[in-house]
Design a protein around this ligand. Structure first.
Ligand code: MSP
Length: 511
């Protein structure tokens, strides 16, 4: 057990300034699926999600609701957690930036960097987006009728002039440029080009990292009218929650310092914070870097990006109630290309479910089980085969495992599930070609065909188990197999001692 490789994946910690929508559910589903896949691969895999609870926006929300900031974030965090429960997503760490241990660590980080001279005191004059919690220069902003707006989110910017502490970013520019050459450090690779063009080449500006115009944040120990900028506070959650700066820091040592793979999954609009600020903060602290910062696209609707003003924000709760958690998770993981925006609409969700799960996989499982039990009342055994159809499909089963692993290891999640769908289709095709219903008199051949089918179904079920584990657990029960694991796919004798069992229809078609 001790030699297991480790894998640590994080979602961004979400702002509790509003309810979570399907975009957030998408991000969390991807991280969870990756974690499950790595567990299936034999890793000691962990996942973090959480809430980013400080900042001006949160303070304003609490004020508007007439409750304290803490009461406000407590309430929102309960809502977040209930969504993950409803989506049947379990996580290993739930990070909250109002946790005292996190706050203390943020203060220590600040003090260390101040003592090292990487942080200095100055004066900030520029633009700020409260909604995005982001500083912008006039050249980065868009101007309209004398007002400034955020270039991507479109939020109005306010002019800020205040005393502030700064982090010396420029000092790390050359270092970061080299770091970007590391294989897989930033995925997809095209982002590196953009970051180099837009930031490194122009010269990194020092980052303002404290605010004085509101109070809801971690106070700077040395100068308590300042609170730490919400991104410095938030980014460090990834190590603080593991126990950095705590007495009990074994998880931090295991999964971060000595960890094999450390992956931050982030939406494309926050890659700058994760690919520039975060590596620099870690470097300034002399701490190890993540192995991969993985950027994904947005979930959009047929009318474009979701926004309150367009009234097209989709609530995941309603979808889960209507279609079930696993249907939604499967759609996110299998149907949307990693790294690109993906359109969500209900028709597509239904079609994906009906074709990939109900017609393709579900049908394959139920008819194979029915045919087996019609003709056999004891386990059916594997026998060597010279039949071309068998050889072809067995080769595909073996190949599929390699493909599945290759895509998943490369974070091409949707492509990994395409492998499962393709194999499932081929198995249905194999039924059409071998016509088991005509083989009732030839038990030996029938046994061979059905055993091949069961082995193929086992592979598909294993692949799907990282995203629809409840359904595949039911399938495993029907297959009467104890455990779904990748290694077993290549053992074609696994059904020799057990007879399958009839069960309920796993995927009812949605009308
Ligand atoms: N609090 C910061 C993250 C700090 S991490 C140290 C934040 N929070 S957020 O709630 O605004 O967004 C969190 C994540 O949700 C981002 O990665 C963002 O890309 C993602 N999404 C928000 N809308 C989305 C879609 N419509 N589609 C997919 N993901 C989207 O930023």
């Amino acid at each position: 057990m001790q030699n297991k490789k480790t894998f640590y994946i994080t979602t961004p910690i979400y702002y509790p300034s509003g309810k979570l929508h399907i975009g957030h559910a998408y991000t969390t589903t991807l991280a969870w699926t990756m974690r499950n896949y790595k567990t299936l691969r034999g890793y000691d895999a962990k996942m973090l999600t959480g809430a980013d609870e400080h900042g001006q926006k949160i303070q304003e929300k609490a004020l508007a609701a007439n409750i304290s900031e803490q009461q406000y974030v407590d309430k929102m965090t309960e809502l977040f957690k209930s969504l993950w429960k409803k989506l049947e997503i379990d996580y290993n760490y739930y990070s909250r930036t109002t946790n005292p241990s996190h706050e203390q660590s943020v203060q220590k980080i600040f003090s260390e960097l101040l003592a090292d001279g990487v942080i200095y005191k100055g004066h900030y004059k520029g633009l700020y987006s409260i909604q995005d919690e982001e500083f912008l220069t006039i050249t980065q902003a868009e101007e309209k009728d004398g007002e400034y707006y955020h270039p991507t989110s479109g939020h109005k910017l306010e002019e800020v002039q205040e005393e502030s502490y700064f982090l010396k970013m420029s000092k790390f520019s050359d270092w970061l440029d080299k770091e970007f050459d590391k294989v897989n450090f930033v995925r997809p690779n095209k982002i590196v080009k953009e970051l180099r063009e837009n930031f490194l080449k122009k010269g990194l500006e020092d980052l303002s990292i404290t605010r004085t115009s509101f109070t809801w944040g971690v106070p700077v120990s040395e100068d308590s009218k300042h609170v730490v900028y919400v991104w410095l506070d938030a980014l460090t959650n990834y190590i603080n929650t593991l126990g950095y700066h705590s007495q009990e820091d074994s998880d931090y040592q295991k999964y971060w310092v000595n960890g094999d793979e450390k992956v931050h999954l982030v939406g494309k609009e926050i890659t700058r914070f994760h690919c520039i600020y975060w590596p620099i903060i870690l470097k300034a602290l002399n701490l190890p870097q993540p192995t991969t910062i993985l950027s994904h696209g947005w979930i959009i609707t047929p009318e474009g990006k979701m926004s309150k003003s367009k009234g097209n924000v989709i609530d995941p709760i309603e979808l889960i109630d209507e279609f079930g958690a696993e249907t939604l998770k499967y759609f996110f993981a299998a149907q949307i290309s990693m790294g690109q925006d993906g359109v969500f609409d209900k028709e597509m969700l239904k079609n994906t479910y009906n074709s990939a799960l109900a017609n393709n996989y579900g049908n394959l499982l139920s008819r194979t089980i029915a045919m087996t039990l019609q003709s056999f009342d004891k386990p059916i055994k594997y026998t060597e085969t010279n039949n071309e159809l068998d050889k072809e499909i067995i080769k595909e089963i073996i190949e599929s495992k390699k493909q599945y692993v290759k895509y998943f290891d490369n974070f091409e999640i949707n492509k990994a599930f395409e492998v499962a769908t393709k194999l499932s289709k081929s198995l249905n095709g194999y039924i059409d070609k071998t016509q088991p219903w005509t083989l009732k008199e030839d038990k030996e051949r029938l046994e061979q065909v059905l055993n091949t089918l069961l082995n193929g179904i086992y592979a598909v079920t294993t692949y799907l188990s990282v995203v629809i584990p409840n359904k595949t657990a039911l399938a495993a029960e029907q297959l009467q197999t104890k455990k779904l694991c990748l290694e077993e796919i290549l053992n074609f004798k696994k059904f020799d001692e057990t007879l399958v069992q009839k069960g309920e229809v796993l995927f009812q078609r949605i009308k």
